[in-house]
Design a protein around this ligand. Structure first.
Ligand code: ATP
Ligand code: MG
Ligand code: MG
Ligand code: MG
Length: 481
């Protein structure tokens, strides 16, 4: 099956079980002070779970663009090094808002994976919450019993609070979760039961694909738990991981989700991707991953900038530039050339990229060219610092700040290059220098140019939604910045 067919089969399966298909929310969040980017399918439904609004449909299904590069979920450092954590990924999800619960959710997960997608049941492990006496949380007997109807008891593992209990925050809806893991090792290796040593243990071939969260409690301010009158199901399946399993690959980057972009990079760089652990292969993976995050964030209204969410996007973009410059030896802007491939690949599912293709390419190209101007000098500076460190194996705060301020190196890029040289960064010293500079420039502060301000008639701080997108306005706005 192609990735397109796999996505569609997921949506169709739940649609035929009375789920309403909804579009992905934007990857950029403009109206929630607790979150910069969508990092899970449930974000757009948060108010239903909190009881702040009433859902129009009790059953919903979608594929949600997610970004995990900041806050509670930050996978940036794994990306490209492993083959299954991305910055931007699609989370397939089905929801029940006070409707069906564990029985249906578990049965449908099983039927979809084994009957529609025909995954060999001998490759599947599931986990259920083992309970936590100290917290007064019970073992999830109900989920265990439901799984037992479908799968051998040796394949049902018990997991702790960290992996198998989900909470939105210190208070609010929460509940146990049940995850599905796929053992992609060869048949002979699979004879040895995976068990706890391999499941949830960062094994590159035994990977988590789906999380089923059962919201059944409300955590109160005093820490106690109240049973919710209406129980909800919230699930999230990593689309790229599912495709990898179904296309029988050892890496997400070998699936048709990524091969189009990788082939384009091969053409531009005049090099072949070999899937190894070499720096060059990591660079291929990083580029084909990061371009998605940057492109979809811009298409959803977040321009690269020097503050907040915009700076997160700039950091990802600069990280990618450094990878192609240092490891593929490409010295000209490359990322923007990948946009046509991406936009046609996602045209039917996320049309916002195709609709704004020229704009997105232009923004990325300008960003790349501007960083490439200082990159070489910055890398030389970094080299000098590493050769003559002011402190043994440490990039001192002053040096780190100079790299940041003069050469535009984001701190995580400095950290990355430092690590490659077995150096660490004096982060406190860096922060202190940053603080000093802020004080110096405070007097001359101008208004912070957040990227969407001009677009909102009201006060500029709200995301205005696709219907109100005025691409031309944004182009001219960008020119002004
Ligand atoms: P992991 O343990 O692999 O980091 P997780 O437990 O943090 O995953 P969940 O929060 O349970 O992930 O999200 C639901 C699903 O989304 C996961 O089962 C996985 O398939 C997928 N997923 C999570 N993080 C990523 C990522 N960075 N890239 C790609 N898919 C991801
Ligand atoms: Mg994770
Ligand atoms: Mg996990
Ligand atoms: Mg999980």
């Amino acid at each position: 099956m192609t990735s397109k067919e796999i996505r569609q089969a997921f949506l169709d399966f739940f649609e035929s079980r009375q789920h309403h298909i909804v579009p992905s929310a934007p990857i950029v969040i403009k109206n929630d002070p607790t979150l910069l980017f969508t990092n899970a399918g449930m974000n757009q439904f948060k108010d239903y779970f909190l009881g702040n609004s009433v859902p129009e449909f009790k059953r919903v299904v979608d594929t949600q663009k997610c970004l995990r590069v900041s806050g509670k979920h930050n996978d940036l450092e794994e990306v490209g090094v492993d083959t299954y954590h991305h910055t931007m990924f699609e989370m397939l999800g089905n929801w029940s808002f006070g409707d069906y619960f564990k029985k249906e959710a578990i049965e449908w997960s099983w039927l979809l994976l084994t009957e529609v997608f025909k995954i060999d049941p001998d490759k599947i492990y599931v986990t259920v919450f083992e309970g936590d006496e100290k917290e007064g949380l019970p073992f999830d007997q109900e989920a265990y019993d439901e799984w037992l109807k479908w799968i051998d008891k040796d394949r049902i593992l018990k997991g702790n609070k960290k992996d198998n209990f989900w909470e939105m925050g210190d208070t609010g809806p929460c509940g146990p979760c049940s995850e599905i893991h796929i053992d992609c090792r060869s048949e002979s290796e699979r004879k040895e039961v995976a068990g706890e040593d391999l499941v949830n243990a960062d094994h590159p071939q035994v990977i988590e694909i789906w999380n089923n969260v059962f919201m059944e409690y409300n955590r109160l301010k005093d820490g106690s738990l109240q049973v919710l009158p209406a129980k909800h199901v919230d699930t999230g399946m990593g689309f790229e991981r599912l495709v990898r399993v179904l296309q029988n690959k050892q890496s997400n980057y070998d699936t048709d989700v990524f091969t189009g972009t990788i082939q384009e990079i091969e053409k531009i760089a005049g090099k072949k991707y070999d899937g190894s652990d070499s720096k060059e292969a990591v660079a291929f993976r990083v580029l084909s991953d990061h371009i998605r995050a940057v492109a979809f964030a811009i298409a959803d209204g977040q321009l690269p900038s020097n503050t907040g969410a915009g700076y997160v996007i700039r950091r990802i973009l600069r990280r990618a530039v450094r990878y192609y410059y240092s490891y593929l030896h490409v010295e000209e802007a490359l990322l923007h050339k990948l946009i046509p491939v991406l936009s046609s690949q996602f045209e039917s599912v996320f049309p916002e990229l195709n609709l704004q293709m020229d704009f997105v390419s232009k923004v990325i190209k300008e960003e790349e060219e501007s960083f490439l101007k200082t990159l070489e000098k910055g890398l030389k500076k970094m080299d000098d610092i590493v050769r003559n460190p002011q402190q043994d194996r440490v990039i001192v705060g002053k040096n780190a700040f100079e790299l940041y301020d003069t050469f535009g190196f984001p701190i995580d890029l400095i950290r990355l290059i430092a690590g490659e040289n077995n150096f660490t960064v004096d982060e406190e010293g860096f922060e202190a220098e940053m603080h000093k500079q802020k004080n110096r420039s405070r007097a001359a502060t101008t208004v912070d140019t957040e990227d969407w301000i001009v677009l909102s008639a009201k006060d500029g701080s709200d995301f205005v939604g696709y219907n109100d997108l005025l691409i031309e306005t944004r182009v001219s706005r960008y020119r002004k910045i």
